[in-house]
Design a protein around this ligand. Structure first.
Ligand SMILES: NC(=O)c1ccc[n+]([C@@H]2O[C@H](COP(=O)([O-])OP(=O)(O)OC[C@H]3O[C@@H](n4cnc5c(N)ncnc54)[C@H](OP(=O)(O)O)[C@@H]3O)[C@@H](O)[C@H]2O)c1
Length: 329
């Protein structure tokens, strides 16, 4: 008799990571259902969308039978709770996509691992990390050994609407032989490619019963910018700005309309320096940086190197900042 087809349910599946997870399970031959409103986009080809609004009492009514694997990407405790109530007894295994934000930032040692302290829980869902921490504990209490928790660090790769990792290679390509503003201070970065993360969530997580921090390889920002410069063919000047300059120019860090993405404020030593040892030991991969940058640049070009973005410094504001630095010198 042929093997029974695995039944996989993705709570989500209409946005970036959730859709990739659903697609991965389809590719491996599973019967895949996604539960979402359908407001964020379509499910991948080969998957079935069951429309449900997790704010409503009857959200899960359209789902029949038992599941070999349920994956939830929610960030809202109320959505997690209702899913655990409705489906907790019908899942052989459950994977919750959490975040490293569930763990403390301040005071964490370099190389902090899965056992480092969690942030205070927030059942309201207002605090992102606190909400993930609440869901982690609640899911563990409800599901016990049937649960795997995967905590991604910053995710990058093609299709990233958060516009962070793609900034550097994109900006260097846009600048061509023109100047690009860079922070004078070097700092750690860790970005996991969405495709490596997805492979882990599809192939490895269903066999796990623990917590795994799926963070990217350690990469200093200056080395990343140098590699991005090669990939982008940038020949212009790198204009270094110190922390004081950036503050005076009102240029922020990490993400935001006037931010240099991936840049961390001075003193946030532990961020982007988490251990990926368990992820690697479990079979998680980190694709080569150059290949990732090439693919991301192709995606950035397709979406427009100079597109408006609420998450990164615009080229016009960057050039104004560079002019201001030159006139100060
Ligand atoms: N980006 C990063 O760097 C990063 C880092 C660490 C962790 N993460 C985690 O990675 C995951 C990203 O997931 P993602 O890319 O799939 O995006 P997402 O924004 O988490 O997707 C949310 C999904 O839930 C569905 N949804 C939202 N409200 C709903 C409702 N009321 N009823 C039913 N469904 C609802 C959405 O579909 P509809 O709108 O169609 O209903 C969508 O498919 C998240 O868990 C995030 O916390 C991200």
């Amino acid at each position: 008799m042929a093997d029974m087809q695995r039944r996989v349910l993705v709570l989500g599946g209409t946005r970036w990571l959730g859709r990739a997870i659903a697609e991965g399970h389809v590719e491996r031959g599973a019967e895949v259902t996604c539960l979402a409103r359908g407001a964020s986009g379509p499910v991948p080809e080969g998957a079935r969308l069951v429309v449900g609004d997790r704010d409503a009492d009857d959200a899960y009514r359209g789902l029949d039978g038992d599941w070999d694997e349920i994956v939830d990407v929610t960030r809202l405790p109320a959505h997690a709770r209702s899913a655990l109530d409705a489906l907790g007894d019908r899942a052989r295994h459950w994977t919750f996509v959490s975040s490293v934000s569930a763990q403390r930032l301040e005071g964490a040692p370099v190389g902090a691992d899965e056992d480092d302290e969690l942030v205070p829980e927030d059942e309201t869902g207002e605090d992102y990390g606190g909400a993930k921490a609440w869901i982690e504990r609640t899911a563990r209490e409800r599901l016990g050994e049937r649960l795997a928790i995967v905590r991604p660090g910053l995710i990058g790769g093609p299709g990233d609407e958060s516009d962070r990792f793609g900034y550097w290679v994109s900006r260097l390509a846009l600048a061509g032989d023109g100047p690009v503003l860079v922070p004078a201070r070097d700092m750690p970065t860790q970005t996991i490619d969405v495709r490596d993360l997805t492979a882990f969530l599809v192939d490895v997580a269903p066999m796990r019963r623990d917590v795994v921090n799926a963070v990217g390889a350690d990469d200093a920002l200056h080395a990343l910018i140098a590699a991005a410069r090669e990939v982008a063919g940038h020949t212009g000047e790198l204009v270094e700005a110190g922390d004081d300059d950036l503050e005076r120019l009102e240029i922020g860090s990490w993400a935001g309309p006037r931010a240099l993405p991936l840049v961390l404020p001075a003193g946030v030593a532990s961020h982007a320096q988490r251990s990926s040892a368990r992820y690697r030991a479990a079979g998680g991969e980190h694709r080569p940086r150059r290949a990732m940058l090439e693919d991301v640049l192709a995606d950035e070009r397709a979406r427009g190197l100079d597109r408006p973005s609420a998450h990164r410094l615009s080229r016009a504001d960057e050039l104004a900042a560079i002019d201001s630095l030159a006139s100060k010198a």
